[in-house]
Design a protein around this ligand. Structure first.
Ligand SMILES: Nc1ncnc2c1ncn2[C@@H]1O[C@H](COP(=O)(O)OP(=O)(O)OP(=O)(O)O)[C@@H](O)[C@H]1O
Ligand SMILES: [Mg+2]
Length: 412
């Protein structure tokens, strides 16, 4: 497991980019997803919107970023943002978010003064900037949905006048959207109702929502029609050939001082499990270690996999593991021992494993409760058919590294 290093190391920067939303040096795979997106761009009446979903670090944000130029090339306009929880505070905060996003494209469009309020239009042209859009929202009578529809319809008319196909509303981290029954605020339902209504009227505004696997079940829970309204693309780990490209292509460059041996490439692919974030993380470390070792010893070096794994454990997994209580860790430890830990599992399977492995097993109801708590902590999620999965990729491998044979509470 060695690499070759040449002496141009200073000129060539480490190309790998582990980090939320950082565009990789080479975006591997995802051709099917791009084709699907292009197909949706062909719609004149929007029958399908898009949900792009998958585990943490699987590449949702960077893929969404690559959709933007494709949309623009197809004569669509693009607005969007990251949806933090604060957007979901109320219907008004959601509406303001949409107005703010639309103001970016609206600033170059104009309407006749008075058009928004229904008064006879004078000769003055008004820009569709934030003040105008929120002004339309505030002055339209009715409920939040009526007000928002009025804003969107006015923007739609201007978009059509500009000869554009429509507008993509791209929202990342959309699992943060939620209705708040206790406060009588339903921003998520508002978004779905308004888009369903304007799309039925033929307005070509399409939603592209990106988020964790909890996103789509949340949409359907808010409005059952969401099931038919969205096409769901689930991003998974990369195929072996694509993982390989993600490792090799960024350094397959004349000026690059580092070459990975075939064995090193295989090792990165297997240790990363094909998960894009882990590929970037491991490759970045391997690259730096090779350069440093070359400088200090002048000799090629083996891939320092143990050290890299420890760093990954500390940087990525440890904080998440710390969110679990001792008893929750025991349950997770049993899950990690399930053959299906990287896929889906049922409560019954988890309970049976606790009976097999723990001194004190879990009852069905206790396991259920605990899985729900782990769901809130972002470590587990439940799909629409009641099966569970680990929400953090390769978490099972991390757990087994911490405690492969001894149940966690006994370690202390
Ligand atoms: N197709 C790909 N090929 C190579 N690297 C990729 C690919 N997709 C993503 N990456 C890398 O993986 C990392 C995670 O990507 P990104 O932030 O888009 O994931 P995410 O699914 O949005 O994660 P989160 O759920 O945390 O928001 C980044 O470092 C990115 O450069
Ligand atoms: Mg992301």
């Amino acid at each position: 497991m060695t690499v070759e290093i040449t002496d141009t190391a200073d000129a060539f920067e480490n190309p790998f980019r582990p980090g939320a939303g950082h565009m990789p040096p080479y975006l591997a795979g995802r051709a099917t997803e791009r084709q699907e997106f292009e197909r949706l761009l062909g719609q004149t009446t929007i029958l399908e919107n898009l949900v792009l979903t998958g585990l943490r670090g699987v590449g949702k944000t960077v893929l969404l970023d690559t959709f933007k130029p494709i949309a623009i090339q197809h004569h669509w306009q693009w607005v969007g943002a990251d949806l933090s929880e604060s957007v979901s505070v109320s219907e008004e905060t959601l509406a303001l978010r949409l107005c703010a996003d639309l103001s970016v494209i609206g600033a170059t469009m104009t309407i006749q003064e008075g058009q928004a309020t229904g008064f006879a239009g004078g000769p003055t042209q008004t820009k569709l900037d934030f003040a105008t859009l929120t002004g339309i929202y505030a002055s339209t009578p009715g409920l939040a949905a009526d007000k928002l529809k009025a804003v969107l319809e006015i923007v739609a008319a201007s978009v059509a006048r500009e000869g554009k196909r429509g507008v993509i509303f791209a929202y990342d981290e959309a699992q943060n959207l939620a209705d708040r029954q206790a406060e009588d605020q339903f921003p998520l339902s508002l978004l779905l109702d308004v888009f369903q209504s304007i799309q039925r009227k033929g307005i070509p505004f399409m939603l592209v929502l990106t988020g964790l696997p909890t996103l789509f079940p949340k949409l359907v829970e808010a409005r059952t029609f969401a099931e038919r309204m969205f096409h769901v693309l689930t991003l998974d780990r990369l195929e072996p050939a694509d993982s390989r490209d993600a490792v090799v292509k960024p350094i397959d460059h004349a000026g690059c001082p580092v070459r990975f041996s075939e064995e090193s490439v295989q090792l990165v692919c297997s240790q990363s499990g094909g998960y894009p974030y882990f590929i970037q993380f491991i490759c970045r470390e391997v690259y730096d270690a090779f350069i440093q070792s070359q400088r200090s010893t002048g000799a090629p070096t083996p891939v320092p996999m143990d050290g890299i794994t420890q760093k990954l454990d500390a940087d990525f997994f440890a904080g998440r593991w710390a969110r679990a209580t001792d008893r929750q860790r025991q349950l997770l430890w049993c899950i990690a021992h399930l053959g299906s830990a990287e896929g889906e599992f049922t409560v019954q399977e988890v309970v049976a494993k606790t009976e097999e492995l723990l001194n004190k097993s879990f009852s069905g109801s206790h396991a259920n409760q605990m899985l729900a708590a782990l769901g809130k902590a972002g470590l587990i999620y439940k799909n629409r058919w009641g099966k569970y999965s680990l929400a953090v990729p390769l978490f099972d491998r991390f757990i087994l590294r911490q405690a492969s044979t001894t149940e966690p509470a006994q370690l202390a």
